[in-house]
Design a binder for this molecule. Structure first.
Ligand code: FAD
Length: 488
């Protein structure tokens, strides 16, 4: 049997392990942490449970596909429900809307509460599915680095539609053209943050994202987001994949232009191929430091990072759903702070994710588990202690204004995750959530391929390589990578 060595047990590392095991390889995974999942893990503090990182789950069939590879019925191992309300939105002027998953209800809500013609919401989602239909097969499901991708019939069809795919305007421009109410522009601009980008810079092509949330659907795993990695981890173990925790890989061993193994601690482990799930930038700095560096790719601007307060709140707010957004009054200035000034605006958009709404045992009775997050710049050596202290005050006073409460007195437990700790816990360069940003139209072409062009038998998966960050794309990176491996 050929042996694959995988570095990192993030979602893409686990998915890669499964896909290679399904192909009949012997698979060993080496993970620096004491637990699997990377960014997709969980924390527990005094009766409160929080999903540590990702909170939004789309495209569940990609997880299910991994169970089916082994002839399993996914529902027996991993359960999830579709959300009826994708998100609750709040503004400072007292306006509130619910983004219903049902398009008709959402359009009516927007029309009655914000005076925006419901037809514009429909148009936005049609635009989104048009982009998805033309670009997903090309950019999400295939390697961009293989000639065949560019000559297949799907690619030729997409070339003809180039003008309509939003490549030449920004997301904000396209949304301003469509909507009359600035609140709708803001709501649809927010989708840029789903991959850590800036709506005022990123091409309108990223208007593809609402298609995932509305046309395909937003979901919640019944046991929390953490169950995505946990259920896949259990599956991998049951299929004979070996996991080594507390095993930080120090080097990928290369001989005569071929990856032949890895070095972890004082051990050298040999294999037939190596798959790297560690962030690509940090991998070249550390475990590939002796190899030729793809300088241009390494220098690409990174996506934004996040500041999260995990708060145990001793009160139930009935107006809050699983996903809640309290919008900034000046979105453009908020993003110029994140992407141009490298700082945090005093009036940030606040995202509150509360799993206890759907999973009551995540918080004690009469309480809620608030994962309270704002988008922040990636780590460029800012004075984070000061920025975090200021942001905490600003977030609390924003919540107090909008929800008419005294939040400080309700916070029972607190834990913080921020750019520096995101990097130290998962090796993510500059604490970026999604690898490179998509702030320019060439970004898709400037991600690292799923294989090394100079070292044979070395492959890459995860949010920092093609096709990009986020759970769905990280899972696809594993699929694209595994399709490149032949057993000959
Ligand atoms: P990672 O999760 O980055 O894991 C990499 C693993 O490699 C880690 O376990 C690390 O310890 C290990 N490793 C690194 N170096 C070594 C080494 N030398 N030796 C051994 N092991 C090593 N995505 C969504 O889809 N929806 C969301 O709502 C969402 N929200 C997010 C919120 C936050 C706060 C964060 C941090 C991320 C969010 N994301 C979201 C992004 C998503 O979490 C990532 O894109 C995805 O989890 C990346 O997975 P990955 O496989 O690339 O690896």
């Amino acid at each position: 049997k050929k042996k694959a060595l995988i570095i990192g047990s993030g979602i893409a590392g686990i998915a890669s392990a499964l896909r290679l095991a399904a192909k009949g390889l012997e698979v060993e995974v080496f993970e620096a942490n004491s637990y699997p999942g990377g960014k997709l893990s969980e924390i527990e503090i005094k009766g409160y449970r929080f999903d540590a990182g990702p909170s939004l789950f789309t495209l569940p069939e990609q997880v299910e596909e991994l169970f089916r590879l082994f002839g399993k019925i996914p529902e027996d191992y991993f359960e999830y429900t579709q959300l009826e309300v994708a998100c609750n939105y709040f503004w400072e002027d007292g306006k509130r809307i619910q983004a219903f998953a049902d398009l008709g209800r959402f359009a009516d809500e927007v029309e009655s509460k914000l005076g925006e013609p419901g037809g514009n919401v429909r148009k936005a989602l049609q635009r989104s599915s048009f982009i998805y239909e033309h670009l997903a097969p090309l950019f999400m499901h295939r390697s961009l680095h293989k000639f065949g991708t560019w000559t297949n019939p799907q690619a030729l069809k997409s070339y003809l539609k180039m003008g309509k795919l939003g490549i030449f305007s920004t997301m904000n421009q396209a949304n301003e053209e469509l909507f009359s109410n600035p609140k709708l522009v803001q709501l649809f601009n927010r989708y840029a943050t789903y991959n850590g980008s800036d709506p005022y810079q990123t091409p309108a092509t990223l208007n593809i994202i609402p298609h995932l949330e509305f046309n395909i659907g937003a979901y919640f795993p019944k046991k929390g987001m953490h169950d995505i990695t946990q259920s896949l981890f259990r599956l991998a173990k049951s299929q004979g994949v070996t996991f080594h925790f507390n095993s930080k890989v120090e080097e990928i061993l290369v001989e005569n232009g071929k990856a032949v193994g890895i070095k972890a601690g004082d051990q050298e482990i040999m294999g037939d191929l190596v798959v790297n799930n560690m962030d690509m930038v940090n991998a070249y700095k550390t475990i590939l430091r002796k190899q030729k560096q793809p300088k241009k790719l390494l220098e690409q601007p990174k996506s934004s990072s996040a500041l999260i307060f995990y708060w145990g709140i001793k009160k139930v707010f009935p107006e809050l759903e699983l996903h809640n957004i309290l919008f900034s009054e000046d979105y453009r200035t908020e993003f110029s702070h994140i992407f141009k000034k490298g700082s945090i605006y005093y009036d940030p958009t606040v995202y509150i994710n509360i799993t206890s709404v759907h999973k009551p045992d995540d918080a004690p009775e009469g309480c809620m588990n608030w994962f309270t997050m704002i988008n922040v710049p990636n780590n460029q050596g800012q004075d984070w202690d000061q920025l975090i202290a200021e942001a905490r005050k600003n977030i609390i006073s924003k919540v107090n204004r909008i929800l008419n409460t005294d939040l400080e007195s309700l916070i029972e437990v607190e834990e913080i995750l921020e750019p520096r700790t995101i990097e130290s816990k998962t090796s993510s360069a500059q604490g970026a959530l999604y690898g490179n940003s998509s702030n320019n139209r060439f970004a898709a072409f400037l991600r690292h391929a799923n294989y090394s062009s100079s070292i044979k038998n070395l492959y890459f998966c995860g949010g920092s390589v093609h096709p990009g960050g986020g759970i769905p794309l990280s899972l696809l990176s594993a699929k694209i990578m595994s399709e490149m491996i032949s057993l000959q």
